[in-house]
Design a protein around this ligand. Structure first.
Ligand SMILES: *Cc1c(COP(=O)(O)O)cnc(C)c1O
Length: 383
């Protein structure tokens, strides 16, 4: 192991999560696996083939840059959708490679037509509608222009999808805003149909919306965080468990993040550990140095807060997290040694450190903590 830490992805957990999602949504609804931000930190290169083995064959990324990585590892028959950023001069590349992409301006539609013309292949597009998030998406005036343009240039396009995105489905506080979005979306779908514009699939829901508002599932759900075994929010988790009257979490975390003890030393009562005076030993202590710090994705805000697993015990992180190291108080362990495994996320002898438990400490969402894991950390598949 050259790297000071490594990530393991559990095949069993992934299969189990997709089985759960398939039974939840039913056979008629397609699962689109959202793997932007390096598959939420899991590692897109490793994750895509695993998901394919579990029977998932539609993937979505944010940018053309991410799509290039996925194109190298995905099966030929698997679909790939770019939800956001793609340069005009890459549209031809996307079309040639069968990559589907979002359209949220008339300009992109025109550029896509030009690229399609040059290749003599239709552009596979998803019309993204503005329904109230006010991010990307075709507003009504822009949509009208697109409809006119499409009607005259139908041979250059394959309308794979008509879609929208919700502004915060993970919190019931946004209920009114989301209901309004859903109503508007349905209205626009009907209007488009009148104009002769229909798509192969209608899609709107992310993880949270698919749970909290099942009627937003339409033909396809764009599943991000759930597939990795995390809930979009505590609220959604509690709501789901209560509604289904179940006690144990149906999801399993796929990711584990591990390192090893690099050094052990004794610290006398009254001494300070690591930079500054953030931690003072109130008694004689035994400490372990772990070669993972904030440059490796272990947040500095976990200083004096985080927990790691060593010998199956939850061990406090003491003092400031450094750029490349953290320090753990192993005084209560029986003979900890350099080389002993340290779990930063995941299981060890029945104990678990969840990313969510990080997030409670650091006020970061699961999403942010995961996507901060550097792509340079090696990823391995385990069963
Ligand atoms: C990220 C993203 C998703 C997935 O969101 P989750 O909350 O992780 O399920 C779905 N759709 C779009 C457009 C996204 O950007």
């Amino acid at each position: 192991m050259n790297s000071t830490s490594y990530i393991e992805l559990s095949r069993g957990a992934l299969v189990s999560n997709f089985d759960f999602l398939k039974s939840l949504y039913g056979e008629s609804i397609e699962i689109c696996s959202v793997i932007k931000a390096n598959a939420y930190g899991h590692g897109a290169r490793q994750y895509v083939p695993l998901a394919e083995q579990a029977g998932v064959h539609t993937f979505a990324v944010f940018s053309s840059e991410e799509a290039r990585v996925v194109l190298q590892v995905k099966q030929k028959g698997s679909r790939l959708i770019i939800l956001g950023s793609i340069n005009d001069n890459e549209l031809g590349w996307a079309i040639r490679n069968g990559i589907e992409f979002y359209v949220f301006s008339l300009d992109r539609l025109k550029k896509a037509k030009e690229a399609s013309e040059g290749l003599n292949m239709p552009a596979a597009i998803h019309l993204e509608l503005e329904t109230g998030m006010n991010r990307t998406g075709l507003s009504y005036p822009e949509l009208r222009k697109c409809v006119n343009f499409l009607s005259e240039n139908m041979e250059f396009f394959r309308i794979k999808g008509i879609c929208t995105h919700f502004a915060g489905a993970e919190s019931i506080a946004n209920y009114t805003r989301l209901s309004r979005q859903t109503r508007l979306f349905r209205g626009r779908l009907a209007w488009l149909k009148e104009k002769g514009i229909e798509a192969e699939q209608v899609h709107a829901a992310c993880s949270a919306a698919s749970l909290a508002y099942p009627r937003t599932r339409f033909d396809m759900v764009r599943v991000g965080i759930l597939q990795y075994g995390f809930w979009p929010s505590k609220e959604i988790y509690i709501q789901y468990m209560t509604r289904m009257k179940i006690q144990s979490d149906p999801l399993r975390r796929i990711i584990s993040w591990k390192s090893k003890i690099m050094d052990i030393k004794k610290v006398k009562t009254g001494e300070f550990v690591s930079y500054g005076m953030a931690y003072q030993a109130t008694e004689d202590k035994l400490i372990a140095i772990v070669p993972v710090g904030y440059s490796n994705g272990y947040s500095r805000s976990l200083s004096n807060q985080g927990r790691v697993l060593i010998h199956g015990e939850r061990i406090p992180v003491i003092g400031m997290v450094n750029m490349n190291m953290l320090i753990a108080d192993v005084s209560l362990l029986n003979n900890p040694k350099p080389g002993d495994e340290v779990s930063l996320i995941g299981h060890q002898n029945g104990a678990e450190i969840t990313v969510a438990s990080f997030s409670d400490f650091t006020n970061q969402l699961n999403y942010e903590m995961l996507t901060r894991l550097p792509s340079s950390i090696p990823r391995y598949i385990v069963d």
